[in-house]
Design a binder for this molecule. Structure first.
Ligand code: MG
Length: 162
């Protein structure tokens, strides 16, 4: 068995009114949503960077620059598909994912099972090997005041043959 590879990804997006609220590839009924050039899905961006990082590949911002109009309002699940393609081309597979999302809104807890299932689907692994935790900012700082969302993800990759 080869040595597993671990990757870390962190992403922050400001939250603002009138934006579609998409996190983890799911839409939330919420008065605020993540601002960004793409759909602003901080959760998926953090996971993509963790996966790409573990594979020793370029990061999301380099692969999909926000100055490229092709990425405007882009569905971040497309970034996941691309990251997974690159990982597989490198002879690797995603073995597990763990994510912490910090935000005041939306409330993630009621949809954790859906978030796990969605991430499992997007990265080709069992939902039992994916976890998503939601934390509030305890009213401290921009996250606690509901001004931003931050996602932190770790990914474990192994050789596709293992
Ligand atoms: Mg981002």
């Amino acid at each position: 068995m080869s040595v597993p590879r671990i990757g870390l990804g962190i992403d922050v997006h400001r939250l603002g009114p009138g934006r579609r609220c998409v996190l983890g590839g799911l839409e939330f009924d919420c008065p605020v949503g993540p601002l960004g050039h793409s759909d602003g899905d901080a959760l998926l961006h953090a996971v993509c960077d963790a996966v790409l990082g573990a594979a020793g590949l370029d990061d999301l911002g380099s692969l999909f620059p926000d100055r490229d109009p092709a990425n405007a309002d882009r569905d971040s699940t497309e970034f996941c598909a691309d990251a997974l393609r690159r990982v597989r081309a490198a002879g690797l597979r995603v073995a597990s994912l763990d994510v912490v999302v910090e935000c005041d809104l939306p409330k993630l807890a009621p949809r954790r099972p859906e978030l796990r299932a969605r991430l499992a689907e997007l990265f080709g692994l069992a939902a039992s090997h994916v976890n998503v935790k939601g934390k509030t900012g305890e009213r401290v700082g921009p996250i606690g005041r509901g001004e931003a969302v931050r996602a932190t993800a770790v990914a474990l990759l192994v050789d596709a043959a293992d």
